[in-house]
Design a protein. Structure first.
Length: 433
C-alpha cells in the first residue's frame, strides 16, 4: 500500500475570492467609524451627550454613524469571519487533510484568542472583537455542513433570542427608572430607603457619576497616564467584557451573523456570481427595511432626550435595523465589485482586506499612540466630528500602504505569524522577485 504525502498550505493569492477581499477591506475601514469613538472618548460610543458633543456637526456625525454604520460593520465583519473559517476548513478537507484539518482549525482559533487578549489588555482596546470571534469560531465548526436554509433559520432563532433578551432588559430598565423615582420621593419625604432601594440608589449614583463632567474628567486623566497605568486602569473593563459578552451578546450578535454569512456564501451570493438585478434588489430591500427601522430608533432616542429608557427601548428592534442594512451593504458592495469602474480602488480595498488582521490591530496601535499616555495623550480632547479626520487619515494610509506591502510580501505581518502558528511551520514571507 502506498501513501501520497499532501502539503497543507495557506491559500495562494490566485485562489482568493476577490469580492470577499474587497468587502473585507470596505468593512475593515468602515468599522473604524464606530470604533474611533470608544478609542478617543469616554463613554461616548453610543450616547453623544456623555462626551464628544451632541449638537451641530457632532450630532450630525452621531446620527449618520448610527443610521448607516452602527452594528452593520460589526455584522459584516462577523459574516466575513464565518465565511473565512468555512472556506478554510472546506479547502483543507478537500485536500484530504482529514483530522489534521480540525487540528489546524482549532489551533488557528486558539491563537486568535491569544491575539485577542493581547489586543485588548496590552494594546488597550477594550472594544476588540478577536477574542469573541475565536470563541464563536469554536461553535461554527459544528454547523459548517448544514444547508444554507437551516443555517439561516438558526441565525434567525439566535437573533430572536437576542431581541427577547433586549426586551427583558428594557422591562428591567423600566422598573429601575421607576425605583429611581421612588428613591427620590423617599428622600424628599425623609423616609428610610429599603435595602433594595439602597442598591438602586447606589447603582444610579454610579451611573450618573460616570456620565458627569467630573467622571469623564477622571476617566480622561487615567487614559492620559503612562502605558503601565493605562493597562492597569483598563484591565477590569477588559475582564468584564471577556467574561460577560460571550453569552450576553456574542451568541446572538456574532454567531448568528457567522452562520448567516456561511449560508449566503453557499448560495453564491458573496462571490459576485448573481446578476446586477439580484444585487440591486438586495441592496434596495435591505436599505428600505433597515434604514426605516434605524430612523425610527434614532428619532425615538432623540425624542426621549437620549434617556436610559430611550436607548433601552431602541435596542429591542436593534437587529431588525442593523441586519437588513448589513444585507443592503452586501448587495451594494457586490454591485461595486461587478461594475467595471474604479479598478484602482478595488485593488487597494482588496489589499486592505487581505491584511485585515494586521490593519485591524493597526487601528488600535494608532489609537494607543494618539490618545493614551503611551503616546500623545490626547484622549478626550477631540470632538466627535473631529475624530473623523483621524479616521480618514488612517483610511488613506492603509489604502496606500497595503498594496505596496503586498507587492513585496506574501501576507501581512500578523497574517504571516498567524499562519505559521496555525500550521506549525514557517511559510515564505517575501515574494520572489
Amino acid at each position: 500500500m502506498t501513501t501520497t504525502k499532501t502539503s497543507f498550505t495557506p491559500l495562494k493569492s490566485t485562489d482568493r475570492i476577490q469580492s470577499l477581499d474587497i468587502m473585507r477591506g470596505v468593512v475593515l475601514l468602515g468599522i473604524l467609524i464606530m470604533n474611533i469613538n470608544g478609542m478617543g472618548l469616554a463613554g461616548a460610543y453610543g450616547d453623544p451627550t456623555v462626551s464628544g458633543g451632541a449638537t451641530g456637526w457632532n450630532l450630525t456625525t452621531w446620527i449618520t454613524a448610527n443610521f448607516s454604520f452602527e452594528g452593520t460593520m460589526r455584522a459584516l465583519f462577523s459574516l466575513l469571519f464565518g465565511v473565512g473559517m468555512f472556506i478554510f476548513m472546506d479547502r483543507l478537507e478537500k485536500k484530504g487533510a482529514g483530522i489534521n484539518a480540525a487540528n489546524i482549525y482549532f489551533r488557528r482559533l486558539m491563537w486568535l484568542l491569544v491575539f485577542g487578549l493581547i489586543h485588548g489588555y496590552l494594546l488597550l482596546w477594550t472594544g476588540e472583537i478577536l477574542y469573541q470571534y475565536a470563541l464563536m469560531g469554536f461553535l461554527v465548526f459544528s454547523f459548517r455542513y448544514l444547508p444554507p436554509i437551516k443555517l439561516t433559520l438558526i441565525a434567525l432563532l439566535l437573533f430572536s433570542i437576542g431581541a427577547l433578551w433586549n426586551y427583558a432588559d428594557y422591562k428591567n430598565d423600566v422598573k429601575f427608572v421607576e425605583d429611581v423615582a421612588l428613591v427620590k420621593n423617599y428622600k424628599l419625604e425623609g423616609k428610610t430607603l429599603t435595602r433594595e432601594l439602597q442598591k438602586v440608589d447606589v447603582k444610579w449614583e454610579e451611573r450618573e457619576w460616570k456620565r458627569s463632567p467630573e467622571g469623564i474628567s477622571a476617566y480622561n486623566t487615567n487614559m492620559r497616564k503612562g502605558y503601565v497605568d493605562v493597562v492597569k486602569f483598563l484591565a477590569p473593563e477588559n475582564q468584564h467584557y471577556d467574561e460577560n459578552w460571550p453569552y450576553r451578546y456574542d451568541l446572538w450578535d456574532v454567531l448568528s451573523m457567522m452562520l448567516l454569512g456561511i449560508a449566503l456564501f453557499k448560495w453564491n451570493i458573496l462571490s459576485g456570481e448573481k446578476s446586477y438585478t439580484f444585487y440591486g434588489i438586495m441592496a434596495a430591500l435591505g436599505y428600505l427595511i433597515g434604514l426605516s427601522i434605524n430612523y425610527y430608533e434614532i428619532h425615538s432616542i432623540m425624542e426621549g432626550n437620549f434617556s436610559l429608557l430611550s436607548f433601552s427601548k431602541a435596542s429591542i428592534t436593534y437587529d431588525l435595523g442593523r441586519v437588513p442594512v448589513a444585507i443592503g451593504h452586501v448587495g451594494a458592495i457586490m454591485l461595486f465589485c461587478k461594475l467595471p469602474v474604479l479598478k484602482w480602488l478595488k485593488i487597494s480595498l482588496a489589499a486592505v482586506g487581505k491584511m485585515a488582521l494586521t490593519n485591524y490591530v493597526m487601528h488600535s496601535v494608532f489609537a494607543m499612540f494618539i490618545f493614551t499616555g503611551a503616546g500623545l495623550g490626547l484622549f478626550g480632547t477631540f470632538q466627535r466630528f473631529e475624530l473623523l479626520y483621524i479616521v480618514f487619515a488612517i483610511w488613506i494610509f492603509q489604502l496606500i500602504a497595503s498594496p505596496i506591502w503586498l507587492k513585496y510580501y506574501q501576507y501581512g505581518p500578523l497574517e504571516w505569524i498567524w499562519r505559521n502558528l496555525s500550521y506549525l511551520k514557517r511559510h515564505p514571507f517575501r515574494k520572489e522577485r
